[in-house]
Each structure stands twice: as C-alpha cells, then as structure tokens.
Write a protein that binds this ligand. Structure first.
Ligand SMILES: [Zn+2]
Length: 168
C-alpha cells in the first residue's frame, strides 16, 4: 500500500482516499478517529508518529456515493466484473444481454441488462432466460457510486484491509 489513508464516513462507509498530510490535519483538528495505523513512521518537529491508514469521521457527511451510476457498456462490464451472467466465463467477446428482450418490452438499463458471452447470447436468442432454459448467476441491479468505489477498492487491495478490521 502507498501512503494514502482510507477515510470512512460516520456510518463506516467508504468516503475517499487521502494523502497522509491531509489525514494528519483531520486528526489534529479532532474530526476523525484512527481505526488502524500503518507500520510507517512520520517524523516531524514535534516527534515521531505512526501513520494512520484508516480513519473514520466523527460526523456523517453527505456524499455523492449514494448516487446511481449512469448506464453504459463500460459500467455494466465493471458491475459484472467482465464475466458472463449465465456461465461466468470472462473474455473479450462479451456483449450486453437484455434479460427481458427488447422485443418484449425489456429496457436498456442496469435492472434489465447483464454481461453475456457470445455462446450464451446465441443460446438465449430472442427469448427470456426461462424460455432458453438458462439461469442467471446473479440478478441485475442498479449499482451506486459507492459500490463502484468498492469494486475498485477490491482491485487495489484496500478492501482486504477494511475487511480485516471488519468494515466491509
Ligand atoms: Zn456465457
């Protein structure tokens, strides 16, 4: 991990990453509680400190993280971790599948679209999953920005740290 700190909101949801200097300002201003320290030391005129890695705000702040992620193929791939919603296969030839087909009134949004491999897409044809005898591994849903941040955290390793202290 680098020298950035994780800042959690008052309800322990992820808020943002901070560099340690900003983090220390919040600590000295009494606005945060330190949940976890790193092994790194900070030397300053007033002494040596251990660098915090996870901080939680004393008060809740409203954040943009509860907002909905706009629909796009790129965002759909991110939500579904680039894996087919029917067989779990990942690869480069993934397409967007409308669970309820467009011809049957299915909408192009996060609640009706999943990532699908070519094989499953072909098998499903223009029917519903039930008609094709197929099952979704995971139901489609509208993700929030906070979930997308969490996916990025999983990829960066910060998630492991939060899971370690029982937050995620
Ligand atoms: Zn598939």
């Amino acid at each position: 991990m680098n020298s950035s700190c994780v800042l959690l909101n008052g309800d322990y949801t992820f808020l943002c990453l901070l560099d340690w200097k900003k983090a220390m300002k919040l600590v000295f201003a009494g606005k945060v509680t330190i949940l976890k320290y790193s092994d790194k030391l900070i030397r300053s005129v007033s002494g040596v400190f251990r660098m915090p890695t996870v901080l939680v705000l004393m008060k809740m702040v409203r954040s943009v993280y509860k907002r909905r992620v706009p629909f796009s193929k790129k965002n759909l791939l991110l939500r579904d971790r680039s894996a087919c919603a029917y067989c779990g296969k990942s690869g480069k030839t993934l397409t967007i599948d409308h669970v309820i087909p467009k011809s049957k009134g299915g909408k192009t949004n996060f609640d009706n679209c999943v990532v699908c491999c070519q094989g499953c897409n072909h098998r499903k044809g223009s029917g519903t999953p039930r008609q094709a005898g197929m099952r979704l591994i995971k139901r489609p849903y509208q993700p929030t920005i906070s979930e997308f941040v969490r996916i990025r955290l999983e990829q960066s390793g910060v998630y492991d740290l939060l899971a370690d202290i029982g937050i995620c």
